[in-house]
Every structure is written in structure tokens, then in C-alpha cells.
Write a protein that binds this ligand. Structure first.
Ligand code: CMC
Length: 402
């Protein structure tokens, strides 16, 4: 009663006030806590930006030292997790494993579950409660890379690698993924830096489907591990975390730069979609795509280029010049190049959503923390529907039904 409007897809529904990320889709602006993404990508690092997103300001060197130490310290997972990963089929999708692993992790830390411990577990102005919250944040960011690397290695039938000491967050991640027992192995610094930039760019994008899922789940006061698992499940879907994989599949189907004009014509006839172009919010070039393009150039200098890359560049240039796309304000988004970089770095396509989820844990946690600490406490998210089903009906016993 009294409900008149339904907002399918939440195109025009704001459910929360937020101080975290600002997007102006018309102007192509993205800022974390007020800082332009272009500036952070050049001057900051993924972990520093993670601190910024979660706590609201850039850390002092001492604050950063503690944050980095805690996150890296918490990257080690219980040895029982090896049995957990070992129980998956050899061809399990890495996102299915990662999603389950976050929920599994929660089973170790019931002290983080407000629904078990009482509603005031995470409360503003209570030092013990804030410290408890920080600990879960360190654990989730620290263990995200370890769980992701375990999901990667179990599929290759390789032993798991304990997180190393002395490497950065992304350095440790690449080490855990790629280390094959070589003595003094360190991942290539250019690739470590490229992954750090990609992680920074993917750390948050305000209330997308997965972030909304984390908040909706967290609003029941469940533990943050379960809420992050729910976010992961949402990101798994092809409409959210799968677009960069779709770009690679599209480029493989095009085959070579010579076939680009025919593909463009097929898109214009609506027989095909140009994956990696267009965005619900950005009606100009996604600001992240400029930075990604630069990062791609640096990575390709190390990994070399191939026909797929040349096809990608020919497609990009053709679409940018074509009135069909410019008139509809279809410009490259973050996914056009990210999949190309991940592919060049040797990651399989179905691992791409994992590479999106790991840094996005930071954004999910920033929003979750903000919601838990908001004035007046958390209100459970319970939207309404407009019922359009039948009116009251008589139950007919099965034997009498036609
Ligand atoms: N290729 C061809 N035509 C397109 C495309 C595309 N990629 N995207 C939109 N259009 C056309 C669409 O057909 C429509 O044409 P018309 O007005 O003649 O009917 C017009 O452009 C407006 O599109 P829309 O459907 O209203 O746009 P939307 O905001 O609903 O959709 C989108 C946004 C991202 C779903 C869509 O652009 C798309 O499917 N892109 C390809 C998939 C992709 O790259 N997704 C990743 C998005 S970025 C992820 C992130 O930020 O995390």
C-alpha cells in the first residue's frame, strides 16, 4: 500500500550517504576520498590508497608502516585451508573457490560476528571495538591474495606457496602465484608495479552490484567474511566481473586487424556487441582506461605483443573514429585493456574476475566499515516490492485438478 514506483535495476535509488568515492560520469571523473584517480595512480600505491579508502585520509609514514605490516602479517592462512582447497575438483572455477574460501575463513573468527556477539560489537568511539574491526580488515585484505593464489595453484596441481617476507602486497601475490621453487625468485618489478596500479584502479567504484551486495548482506549484522563472500558471488556474474574476459573472447573471434572493419559493421547492424566499450555511468572515456593504456604499454614491453593486441588497437582506433560510437557516447571502459594486460602476464581468462575481486575487497570493506560506524547504527536493508500476482485463490486437492 502506498508503493507506486519500482526502480528496476536501482537506476535512481540512493540507499546510503557516502564519503568514499565520487564519480561524475558525464565529465569522466573518479576520486577516492577527494583525490583524483589519475594522481593516485601515479603518486600512490595500492595499499596506501586502500588505507585512504578505508580510513578517509592519506596515512602518515608511521600509520602506513603499521597498516602494511599488519596486512602482510595476516596474509598467512591456517594450514587446514590447504585441505579445503584440495577438496575442489581439478577444474573448479577460481571464483567459485574464492567465494567459498571467504565464507570458510569466517568460520575461524566468530569473534567478528556481531549477530553472535551483540549489536554493539563494532561501535564508533569504542577503542576495543574499532581495534577488533581493524583486525578483521587486516585479515581480509591480507588473506585475499593468499586465497586467490591457492585457487590458482590448485588448478595447476601445484603445491601452495607460503606468503614470502620482504615483498610488497602485489609482489607477494605474484610470488605466491608463480614461484616454482627457483632459488632467490622475485617477480619482475615492472609486472609487480603494473599489477599494483591495476589493483589501485579496481579498489573501489562506489555502489556497484557487488558493493551493494556486501552492504545488503552486512546490514543483517553478519560477519564481514560472509559479507565479502556475498560480494564475491555478485562479482562472479558476467554482467559485472566478466567483461574483460568477454573482450578477449571477442578479439579471438575477430582474429586479426584485417577483420576489424567487418566486425564494426556487424556491431552497427546490432549483430555483435563491442565489449569493453560503453558504461552505465561514464558517458565519456572511463578515466581509468587512460592509465590502463599506459600500464599496458609498459607490460607489453616486457611480455611482447601479438596479433590479438594489434587487433585490439585496430578495433579501439576504428571505434573511436566512427560516428556510430561517438554519437552514442560509447568510449573504452576499464575492461578494454585490463584483460589484455592480464593475458599478457600469463593469467588464464577465468582468473580475471579473481584479479578484480582481490583489490575490490578493499572497497567493499571501506563501505562496510562506513555503514557499521554510521550515526544511529545499522538499519537492515529491506526493500519493498509491488505485488502483481493473482488475488486470493481456492486450494484444489491434487486429485481434483484438471
Ligand atoms: N556495443 C555496441 N553498442 C552499444 C554498446 C556496445 N558495447 N553499449 C551500448 N551500446 C548502444 C546500445 O545498443 C544503445 O544504442 P541505441 O540507443 O541505438 O539503442 C546505446 O549504445 C546506449 O546504450 P545503453 O544500453 O543504454 O547503455 P547502458 O548504460 O544500459 O549499458 C553497458 C552500459 C556497459 C552494459 C553497455 O555499454 C555494454 O554492454 N558494454 C559492453 C560490456 C562491457 O564492456 N561492460 C563493462 C562495463 S565497465 C565495468 C565496471 O565499471 O566495473
Amino acid at each position: 500500500k502506498g508503493l507506486r514506483v519500482s526502480d528496476k535495476g536501482f537506476l535512481n535509488t540512493a540507499v546510503i550517504q557516502s564519503e568514499i568515492t565520487y564519480i561524475d560520469g558525464e565529465a569522466g571523473v573518479l576520486r577516492y576520498r577527494g583525490y583524483p584517480i589519475e594522481e593516485l595512480a601515479v603518486k600512490s600505491s595500492f595499499l596506501e590508497s586502500a588505507y585512504l579508502l578505508i580510513y578517509g585520509s592519506l596515512p602518515t609514514s608511521e600509520q602506513f608502516r603499521i597498516f602494511e605490516t599488519e596486512v602482510l602479517h595476516h596474509s598467512i592462512v591456517h594450514s587446514e585451508a590447504e585441505d579445503f582447497f584440495g577438496s575442489f575438483r581439478y577444474d573448479a572455477h577460481p571464483m567459485a573457490m574464492l567465494t567459498s574460501a571467504f565464507a570458510y575463513l569466517g568460520s575461524y573468527y566468530s569473534e567478528a560476528n556481531p549477530s553472535l556477539q551483540g549489536q554493539t560489537l563494532f561501535t564508533k568511539g569504542n577503542a576495543a571495538s574499532l581495534a577488533n574491526m581493524d583486525k578483521q580488515i587486516f585479515r581480509l585484505i591480507g588473506k585475499a591474495t593468499t586465497l586467490a593464489a591457492m585457487a590458482y595453484r590448485v588448478r595447476q596441481g601445484r603445491d601452495f606457496v607460503t606468503p614470502p617476507t620482504g615483498l610488497s602486497y602485489t609482489g607477494s601475490f605474484l610470488y605466491q602465484m608463480d614461484h616454482l621453487g627457483e632459488e632467490n625468485y622475485v617477480p619482475h618489478p615492472v609486472l609487480v608495479k603494473a599489477l599494483d596500479v591495476l589493483f589501485l584502479l579496481h579498489a573501489d567504484h562506489e555502489l556497484n552490484a557487488s558493493c551493494t551486495t556486501v552492504l545488503q548482506t552486512g546490514s543483517s549484522l553478519v560477519d564481514p567474511y560472509s559479507a565479502i563472500a556475498a560480494g564475491c558471488a555478485s562479482l562472479y556474474g558476467p554482467l559485472h566481473g566478466g567483461a574483460n574476459e568477454a573482450v578477449i573472447r571477442m578479439l579471438i573471434s575477430i582474429g586479426s586487424p584485417a577483420n576489424v572493419p567487418a566486425f564494426i559493421e556487424a556491431v552497427k547492424k546490432r549483430e555483435k556487441v563491442l565489449s569493453g566499450f560503453g558504461h552505465r555511468v561514464y558517458k565519456t572515456t572511463d578515466p581509468r582506461s587512460y592509465i590502463i593504456r599506459k600500464t599496458a604499454d609498459e607490460v607489453f614491453k616486457i611480455t611482447g605483443t601479438d596479433e590479438l593486441l594489434q587487433t585490439a588497437m585496430a578495433l579501439h582506433d576504428a571505434a573511436m573514429k566512427d560516428e556510430y560510437f561517438t554519437k552514442r557516447r560509447l568510449y573504452p571502459n576499464v575492461d578494454f585493456c585490463s584483460g589484455l594486460i592480464y593475458r599478457a602476464m600469463g593469467f588464464p581468462m577465468d582468473f580475471f574476475p579473481v584479479l578484480f575481486a582481490v583489490p575490490r575487497v578493499v572497497g567493499w570493506l571501506a563501505h562496510w566499515r562506513q555503514m557499521m560506524l554510521q550515526e544511529g547504527g545499522v538499519k537492515i536493508w529491506r526493500p519493498r516490492q509491488i505485488y502483481v500476482g493473482s488475488g486470493k485463490r481456492e486450494y484444489v486437492p491434487m486429485a481434483e485438478r484438471a
